[in-house]
Design a protein around this ligand. Structure first.
Ligand SMILES: *Cc1c(COP(=O)(O)O)cnc(C)c1O
Length: 408
């Protein structure tokens, strides 16, 4: 085992060291070589070191260099040194983070990260938090809590009695709602197509003046950080209206909520802490490994009621927060470890600097594209730059050539 892990470390270090020199997107020949991983399942075992070598030799060249510094395609994120290192240690620990009794350290780091995150993002300190795989699942979990809370108000227990014949719930989304919210709505039985869609302005922000009448059986799904433009829905107006009229506000804040750590960008999030639930990605701007997201719900009881399992005699409850009562999954890896490590290593100022540096890079990117004569289509308010190279066909051709070139 010791030699195998040392060999793994050496190979990983080589990969990381070379990431700055390679093409960002693998070539067709690299992808074709992946076929040597296939073939019929071998009848007999082989040495783990051989398996590792095969994967590295064939797999590494076919990776997309998203962890390097020249990847600008999607909102994805890289990996911080402390996050990668502790991910390896956590792999050796092989903890099941479902319950305190299965992993005291897994439960403890979640408690700490819960507290740090609520403080960093300016969200209510007593909120319930679930450590999920991604923002899609955070949206799912937040909407499950919303559904549970709104139906409970009218005397319907959705966990016991389901959605058949349940009193209706209205869902309001912005015109540029992220597809993951629609997916989550489909999974919690609220439906993709039943939504009321509010028109957006030129930056993709939901227009608060176009909100329909809200009420106590309405969920408003707003967005903090549009994936194309970086723009924020007007949280202050939306939350004030919702509060007045008794509606639930869910915030898809995958990357945008992290803007709250910077005094420079926090004003974009003005009013967002008045919502009822929030979905956050950690594998994006916190730069921890996949899969990592958080759902935050103002009243922890709504999240717990929506996601807690029924009782099974052998699964004893400890005192305090039981991690699996706040997530859709039961057994899972202790993904709180890398969150703890990322925050512990960056500190408040490091996190702020990482976000601000990234936003400065976006501004520089936009400036140079403009200087070169290209049209930047969005107001660069955060980390997103949306560029056109002319006609749609020409833009597509330029993008294809950039990707084939591999510099970025
Ligand atoms: C990335 C993103 C999502 C989806 O996140 P996953 O982690 O891929 O599930 C949802 N909403 C917004 C605004 C995003 O940027």
């Amino acid at each position: 085992m010791k030699e195998l892990l040392a060999e793994t470390a050496a190979r990983a270090a080589r990969y990381v060291a070379a990431i700055g020199d390679r093409k960002v997107l693998p070539g067709p020949e690299d992808i074709a070589r992946l076929d040597s991983l296939s073939g019929p399942l071998p009848e007999n075992p082989c040495e783990p070191a051989e398996v590792l070598a095969l994967l590295d030799d064939v797999g590494s060249p076919a990776t997309v260099a998203t962890a390097g510094g020249r990847y600008f395609g999607f909102v994805i994120g890289g990996i911080l040194p402390a996050a990668l290192a502790t991910n390896w240690l956590a792999g050796a620990w092989d903890q099941n983070a479902a319950m305190q009794i299965m992993s005291p350290v897994g439960a403890k780091v979640e408690d700490i990260v819960r507290e740090w995150t609520l403080d960093l993002l300016g969200l209510p300190s007593t909120s319930g938090v679930g450590f999920v795989t991604c923002t899609t699942m955070a949206n799912f979990s937040g909407l499950a809590a919303a559904r549970s809370a709104l139906l409970q108000r009218v005397g319907w227990n959705v966990e016991e009695d389901g959605m058949f014949e349940a009193p209706p719930i209205r869902v309001v989304v912005g015109q540029e709602v992220h597809v993951s919210v629609l997916k989550a709505l489909s999974m919690v039985g609220l439906g993709r197509s039943r939504v009321i869609t509010v028109p957006a302005d030129a930056q993709g922000r939901m227009r608060a003046d176009a909100l329909p009448v809200l009420d106590g059986h309405t969920i408003v799904c707003m967005q903090a950080g549009n994936v194309n433009t970086g723009a924020f829905d007007p949280a202050k107006e939306i939350c004030a209206r919702a509060q007045q009229e008794g509606a639930w506000v869910h915030v898809d804040g995958a990357f945008g909520l992290w803007g709250a750590v910077s005094p420079q960008y926090a004003p974009l999030l003005d009013g967002v802490s008045a919502a009822d639930s929030w979905a956050i990605d950690c594998h994006k701007w916190l730069n921890v490994p996949y899969d990592s997201g958080m759902v935050v719900v103002r009243d922890p009881e709504h999240l717990r009621r929506a996601l807690a399992a029924g009782s099974a005699a052998y699964l004893a409850q400890g005192a305090g927060r039981e991690p699996w009562q706040y997530t859709p999954d039961s057994s899972r890896r202790a993904r709180g470890i890398e969150l703890w490590a990322a925050m512990r290593s960056l500190g408040r100022s490091g996190l702020r600097e990482m976000i601000e540096h990234n936003c400065r890079q976006a501004k520089l990117f936009a400036e140079r594209l403009r200087t070169a004569g290209f049209a930047v289509l969005n107001d660069v308010v955060l980390n997103q730059v949306l560029v056109s190279f002319g006609s749609p066909e020409h833009t597509r051709r330029v993008i294809a050539e950039i990707q084939a070139d591999g510099t970025c």
